[in-house]
Design a protein around this ligand. Structure first.
Ligand code: 2P0
Length: 324
C-alpha cells in the first residue's frame, strides 16, 4: 500500500513575511494567496516497517543532510499525531517547467502532510491538514486549498490555519511567471524573514499594512475586481521587499532583470494595460492581469525575456489524495 497526494503551489497576494513562533510556525500576520494550476508536487508515501530511518527522494535524487533532517522533523510530528512510529519512504516529483526555479516548499509540504498523515492512518480534515502542513513550511498552510485562500495567523497551533475565500476563481484572474535565471545564492526565506522581524525598523508598520491589505483584498475579491486585486498585490509586495532592504544587514531578492521586468510592467500599465507584478523570495516576477490582456502582455515581454520564459498559469485546485 502507498498513498499519493498532489498539491499545487501558491503565490501570495498579501505576503507572509515573519514568524511569531518559530517552533509552532505561527506567523506574525494573516496572508492571502492564489493557488496555481501550473506548478505542483506529487508525493508518494509508503510505510516502511523494516527501515530504521525515513528515506526521501525528490525527482529521483536521494535527499540527505539538512533537507532530510527537516523532513524527518516533520514526519516526527505525523508519527506523534498518529501514534504510529513506523518510518516512511517518500518519493516526490516536482512538476515545474525545467529549470524555472519556481519549485516551492508550499506544494512540497502540503503534499507530504496529506500523503504521510493518510498513510499513517489519520484521516484529517482539510483544516487540520492545513495546520499540519504549516509545521513543515508556512506557505504550505495555504496550498491545501485551491483558488483564493486566506491563512489566519491565529494565536496557537489550533487557531493558525488556512481556509478558502473562493476555490473557483471564475472572473478572469491569471498569473504569468517571468522566469529570471539566477546562479547567485539567495538568502533563504526562513532566515530572511527572521532577519526582517528582528532588525527592520519598518516591521511594526508591516503588521498594520497587512491588517489593512487583508480587508481591502477581500473586498476586491468580493467585487471580482482583477485590476484592484493586482494593484493591492503589487503594493503589498513592494512593502514586503522594503523589509529586506531595511533589515540589518540589508539584502534583496531582486536582480537586474527583476527591475527590468518591473519597469516594463509599469510602462505597460501607463499605456493602459491592466497588469501588475509581485515577487517572492527570489528574482522571478509574477504578473497579475485579466486573461483577456494575456496576448498583449506576452507580446511586450517576450522580446526581452524570451517566450519560453513566460509561463501562464490559471488558478489551481486544492489537494488530492488517493491510496494505491
Ligand atoms: C508567502 N513567502 O507568503 C511569502 C512571500 C515568500 C515571500 O512564504 O520558513 O518557504 O518555511 O515558513 O513558507 C516563503 O517562505 O518559509 C514564503 P517557512 P516559506 O508566500
Amino acid at each position: 500500500m502507498a498513498t499519493i497526494a498532489r498539491a499545487h503551489t501558491n503565490i501570495a497576494l498579501v505576503k507572509y513575511w515573519g514568524k511569531k513562533d518559530q517552533q509552532l510556525m505561527l506567523p506574525q500576520t494573516d496572508s492571502l494567496s492564489l493557488t496555481l494550476d501550473r506548478f505542483y508536487t506529487d508525493t508518494t508515501v509508503t510505510l516502511a516497517p523494516s527501515q530504521s530511518v525515513d528515506h526521501y527522494s525528490i525527482n529521483g535524487q536521494d535527499v540527505t543532510g539538512r533537507a532530510a533532517s527537516r523532513l524527518t522533523t516533520f514526519l516526527d510530528i505525523v508519527r506523534q499525531l498518529s501514534g504510529n512510529n513506523t518510518h516512511f519512504t517518500v518519493e516526490s516529483t516536482n512538476h515545474v517547467p525545467t529549470s524555472a526555479g519556481l519549485a516551492s516548499s508550499a506544494s512540497a509540504f502540503a503534499a507530504l502532510a496529506a500523503a504521510a498523515s493518510r498513510e499513517a492512518g489519520l484521516n484529517l480534515s482539510r483544516k487540520d491538514l492545513s495546520r499540519l502542513a504549516r509545521r513543515g513550511s508556512g506557505s504550505a498552510t495555504r496550498s491545501i486549498f485551491g483558488g483564493l485562500v486566506e491563512w489566519h495567523r491565529g494565536v496557537d497551533d489550533e487557531t493558525s490555519f488556512a481556509e478558502p475565500i473562493t476555490e473557483k476563481v471564475e472572473f478572469g484572474l491569471e498569473m504569468m511567471a517571468i522566469v529570471i535565471d539566477t546562479s547567485k545564492k539567495k538568502v533563504s526565506s526562513r532566515h530572511g524573514m527572521q532577519l526582517s522581524v528582528e532588525t527592520s525598523p519598518f516591521y511594526p508598520a508591516w503588521r498594520d499594512v497587512v491588517a489593512d491589505d487583508m480587508v481591502k483584498m477581500k473586498r476586491a475579491i468580493a467585487d471580482r475586481n482583477v485590476d484592484r486585486i493586482g494593484e493591492l498585490a503589487q503594493e503589498n509586495a513592494l512593502r514586503m521587499h522594503a523589509l529586506t532592504l531595511s533589515a540589518n544587514p540589508g539584502y534583496t531578492y531582486f536582480e537586474e532583470k527583476t527591475i527590468t521586468a518591473m519597469r516594463l510592467i509599469d510602462s505597460l500599465h501607463q499605456q493602459g494595460v491592466s497588469c501588475y507584478y509581485t515577487m517572492d523570495a527570489g528574482p522571478n516576477v509574477k504578473v497579475i492581469y485579466h486573461r483577456r490582456d494575456r496576448e498583449q502582455i506576452m507580446a511586450a515581454l517576450a522580446p526581452i525575456f524570451g517566450a519560453t520564459n513566460l509561463i501562464v498559469s490559471q488558478p489551481g485546485p486544492g489537494i488530492t489524495v488517493r491510496q494505491l
